[in-house]
Design a protein around this ligand. Structure first.
Ligand code: GAP
Length: 466
């Protein structure tokens, strides 16, 4: 099917049906903006994280990965600017008390607005379009003034502090853990500059209207890299990193026609350049999956100032605060982009008897299930033989064993979750120790000795990385 024919409603229903994504706390009517990953989803998510680690840390000589604690001293969020400036413009519906995010609603009626605008700027635009902006719950146009709403989520960890002192927050962005550990990494591993630190970490935001499935949630994960460079070299590094990040999506199998760059016009005051990689989400259209930011020396300067600890780098006697090139990708948005890209419906069968098969065309290194092992019949020793093959292959590859229903139905079930190969054990297998291997996309079958399966799949998966 064409990408333009895909619908997010279909994909959301599919992710639930096939065990990829569930609404969080569903049996209690759910919790807005929170989702759980099911058995297939958890494996796909982990495969994406493994690939991130492979490309950004393992294959590089100048990158380290850390895993910092979510809770941080509250002073961190003052230094980073989150307690004062991390907000979105909110307005209340005066009829049903629903809350809307005013900049997003303005965009829908063709007005360029963003969360970095002052209350005054956003209210001027809002006032000019009040007749056109309707409450998505009750349809009213009667809203309060827009006001800034801080997105940090508070916790009560160690809530025995004096009244008026800062609460402990959940992380508003994962990267702060990297800045806090920059000095530790320098002191313990003595990297030469430039070098990078990567981290996959959770972030929490009190999003005003989390209505787009995994795209805008209140709990999500960010896969970040922070590259520490000498001031003056940032522009060159920035361009190189941008290219690398774009190519990364192509390596995952995302079609370049569904990706685009978007440069920020309205930069936060400390950034010298910022670009988003946008994916063409079914039904939603192009929107941000990852940001690439030149954050100058802002982060380490702020933490130097607020902590009193000197975070400058000593490069053979030359001391400076490194500039930081950041890449920050939402894992949920990536997951949704990769699934949307791979999801396909295809007409198969004959003119007289046609059928639609759902097939998830994931690269095999990403597939939650790589190989299905199917005995043609449950009897005559075929199950036992198939189970032996399953046990042998499953120690190396992600396999499933399926003996229920016709082989055709089992192929369909396998295709639907992206299983790249089906190995069928039949009567001939008993005679000559061969099986048929059916490939998911072409549906072609080849006969192969059982003894060659291991090498064949290893080679195929290796090739799929490029
Ligand atoms: N440290 C930089 C930072 O946090 P950001 O643009 O706010 O920058 C980076 O977030 C990425 O995190 C985004 O590109 C997006 O993929 C993801 N993200 C942000 N807010 C999100 C939300 N509410 N739900 C899901 N993903 C989100």
């Amino acid at each position: 099917m064409n990408h333009s024919e895909k619908s997010m409603d279909t994909i959301i229903a599919y992710t639930k049906r096939k065990g990829f994504v569930y609404q969080g706390s569903e049996i209690y009517d759910g919790l807005a903006g929170v989702y759980d990953f099911g058995p297939h989803g958890a494996v796909l998510l982990n495969n994406l994280k493994d690939y991130f680690r492979k490309k950004t840390v393992q294959e590089k000589r100048d990158f380290f990965e850390i895993d910092s604690a979510m809770f941080k001293n509250p002073a961190v969020w003052d230094a980073s600017g989150h307690t004062s400036g991390f907000s979105d413009p909110l307005a209340d519906c005066r009829v049903c008390q629903n809350r809307i995010r005013v900049d997003k609603e303005l965009e829908k009626v063709g007005i360029e607005a963003d969360e970095k605008m002052t209350d005054k700027e956003i209210n001027t635009l809002f006032d000019s379009k009040r007749d056109e902006i309707k409450c998505y719950k009750c349809g009213s146009t009667d809203f309060s003034e827009a006001r800034s709403f801080n997105l940090l989520v508070k916790s009560n960890l160690g809530d025995f502090t004096a009244e008026g002192s800062d609460p402990v927050y959940l992380p508003g962005e994962a990267c702060q853990g990297i800045y806090l550990n920059y000095k530790n990494v320098v002191d313990s591993l003595h990297p030469k500059i430039p070098f990078g630190i990567a981290q996959i970490g959770k972030a929490f935001r009190n999003e005003i209207s989390p209505r787009q499935f995994l795209f805008r949630t209140r709990e999500f994960e960010q896969a970040d890299t922070q590259y520490f460079v000498k001031p003056g070299t940032n522009k060159d590094h920035f361009d190189k990193i941008r290219q690398e990040r774009f190519d990364w999506y192509l390596d995952l199998g995302v079609n370049k026609d569904n990706l685009q760059w978007s440069q920020h016009d309205n930069l936060v005051f400390y950034a010298s350049d910022a670009w988003d990689i946008e994916y063409n989400y079914p039904s939603y259209g192009y929107d941000e999956v990852e940001g690439v930011h030149d954050r100058t020396d802002y982060d380490l300067s702020q933490h130097t100032k607020h902590s009193g600890v000197d975070l400058s780098f000593n490069d053979n006697g030359e001391k400076f605060i490194p500039y930081i090139i950041e890449t920050s990708m939402g894992m949920g948005r990536l997951f949704l982009a990769v699934l949307s890209e791979a999801y396909d419906e295809e007409e198969v069968g004959t003119e007289e008897k046609s059928d639609v098969r759902v097939v998830l065309r994931l690269k095999p290194f990403l597939s939650p299930v790589q190989i299905a092992i199917l005995p043609l019949m449950k009897k005559d020793g075929l199950s036992e033989m198939a189970l032996d093959i399953y046990r042998e292959l499953n120690s190396q590859f992600r396999c499933t064993y399926d003996e229920s229903g016709s082989v055709g139905k089992r192929y369909r079930r396998a295709d639907e979750v992206g299983t790249k190969w089906c190995v069928t054990v039949d009567y001939e297998s008993k005679e000559d120790a061969t099986v048929t291997v059916r490939e998911r996309d072409s549906m072609e079958q080849v006969r192969m000795p059982i003894s060659e399966l291991d090498n064949y799949f290893t080679e195929q998966i290796k090739q799929s990385y490029t």
